[in-house]
Design a protein around this ligand. Structure first.
Ligand code: AMP
Length: 474
């Protein structure tokens, strides 16, 4: 928060009243930097992620500018357009508009895919002041002539990097081309790769550049650990982690929708209340999943990156990366779900042999190595090492089962790894019989029985080096 007040920034009285109702007394840094420039009509390039207060940073000036000039709403038209990559984010922005604009007489609506278009078309019939939309469905409705942007003079692209990742760049370009050239445009992005710089140069005119909280600073508060594990044993490892009641509100990230479903189903079967959220779920199902997670009915939310954008749930104790993302920026977004509002948090990443490259990219971006937890010890010895099956002639190593001292049911203390159990690159040594590349990519059914009650990933992080090794690339 800043020393300034919203009044100092030029925010009008009805908005200040609404902010007061919501319990906001002082602007966040991005709000303090953006609002005056936006009220002046400037374009803006904002480098900021969720959790910084960026939604209010663009919503407040839009509401204020629209309320200042009376304009009759025109059929199918919107005076301002906010584009966001996911339905969740669209809904969340629409909620913010409702909260901050409650003492104004402006009309807004939300448009997104995955639901019947009927209500969205009807909402646009009389026109709105603010339209919040995902690019795909909006373009669809524009093509059907249900939406007309020829007089829309305010544009916000929120989470532009994610929008490009999701392949919305052509849709966005077409939508922008349908708008007047004379307009005020804002672009927010958590990261600023070249593609975003290009898009910004195309869309913005002499923008003010605002940057808040570089990501590395945010992730510094998060205890980040990596567990090197054979892909096939991730499920088993997850069950063991969740034995620990300290993991009370957990988001698990997967790369694919399919894996998200599978993990949540497996958890449900083993008695862990879990919900999955991803792009194939209907809007209603997603909302229900989120509500159950928020109100504590579900202990675990399994999410894909895209679906997780814009989820604002407080008090998440742990983020588990069941699969590492192939873009390091996504890792930062994921772990940022914990450690919100100045708290610290814990992020645990599973890494199989095929994901080591992703891990290196992540460490390069965050400029710090993840603490390696010795997984061999965690998994104990009661788990049978899978038999070796050559995937191609001459590949891999001979079938050597683990030594005869394995005692079913006996779990060794894992806190202090023994010398030599961790390979030079921080990964556990391959156990005899495991394939060099960590085995099949798909994580099939684990072999363990019921997870034991070992003391696992405690809520209180230990010192970074305890029970761990630093991985290479430090
Ligand atoms: P955002 O970055 O827009 O997703 O906002 C992150 C969270 O901060 C949301 O829960 C907002 O409701 C909250 N928030 C935004 N602005 C303020 C403020 N000035 N004071 C307190 N909370 C805020």
């Amino acid at each position: 928060m800043t020393e300034k007040t919203f009044a100092d920034l030029g925010v009008a009285e009805p908005l200040i009243r609404a902010l007061g109702d919501a319990g906001y007394t002082h602007p966040t840094p991005i709000q303090a930097q953006s609002i005056p420039a936006l009220l002046d009509g400037r374009d803006l390039l904002g480098l900021a992620q969720t959790g910084t207060g960026k939604t209010a940073a663009f919503t407040l000036p839009i509401l204020q500018q629209l309320a200042a000039v009376f304009e009759k709403r025109q059929p199918k038209q919107a005076r301002a357009l906010i584009l966001a990559p996911t339905r969740e984010l669209v809904v969340q922005i629409a909620k913010s508009i409702e909260t901050y604009g409650r003492h104004l007489k402006l009309r807004h609506t939300a448009i997104f895919g995955g639901v019947n278009q009927f209500r969205q078309v009807r909402a646009m019939q009389g026109g709105v002041d603010i339209l919040v939309a995902t690019p795909g469905r909006l373009l669809d409705l524009m093509n059907q002539r249900h939406v007309d942007l020829r007089r829309t003079s305010l544009l916000v692209l929120d989470e532009a990097d994610r929008m490009l990742d999701m392949g919305f760049v052509r849709d966005v370009t077409k939508i922008v081309a349908a708008m007047p050239k004379e307009r005020q445009s804002l672009l927010f992005s958590a990261t600023m790769p070249k593609s975003i710089e290009h898009l910004a140069a195309e869309i913005l005119s002499d923008p003010v550049r605002v940057e808040v909280t570089p990501e590395v600073v945010t992730v510094d508060r998060i205890d980040q650990r990596v567990l090197h594990v054979d892909g096939k044993r991730k499920r088993e490892l997850l069950a063991k982690l969740l034995d620990d009641a300290d993991l009370s509100r957990v988001i698990i990230f997967t790369r694919t929708k399919h894996c998200a479903n599978r993990v949540s189903e497996q958890l449900e079967k083993s008695g862990v209340a879990a919900e999955a959220i991803h792009g194939n779920k209907s809007q209603g199902a997603r909302q229900r999943a989120l509500d159950n997670f928020r109100n504590g009915k579900a202990r675990v939310l399994v999410a894909t990156d895209i679906a997780a954008r814009g989820i604002d749930v407080s008090d998440i104790t742990h983020v588990i990366n069941y699969e590492l993302p192939n873009e390091p920026e996504s890792y930062v977004h994921r772990i940022g779900r914990t450690a919100r509002a100045g708290r610290s948090g814990i992020a645990v990443s599973f890494c199989d042999a095929a994901e080591r490259g992703h891990l290196r990219s992540i460490e390069r971006l965050t400029k710090r190595p993840l603490t390696v937890v010795n997984t061999t010890e965690w998994l104990g010895e009661q788990i049978e090492v899978p038999a070796y099956t050559p995937s191609r002639p001459g590949a891999g190593r001979p079938n050597r089962r683990k030594g005869g001292d394995a005692q079913p049911g006996k779990r060794r203390h894992f806190g202090k790894p023994k010398g030599g159990e961790t390979a030079r690159n921080g990964a556990p040594k391959r156990e005899g019989g495991q394939k060099r590349d960590g085995g099949p990519k798909r994580d099939g059914a684990g072999r363990s029985g019921k997870p034991g009650a070992g003391k696992h990933m405690a809520g209180k992080p230990r010192s970074r080096r305890e029970g761990s090794h630093q991985s290479a690339g430090a």
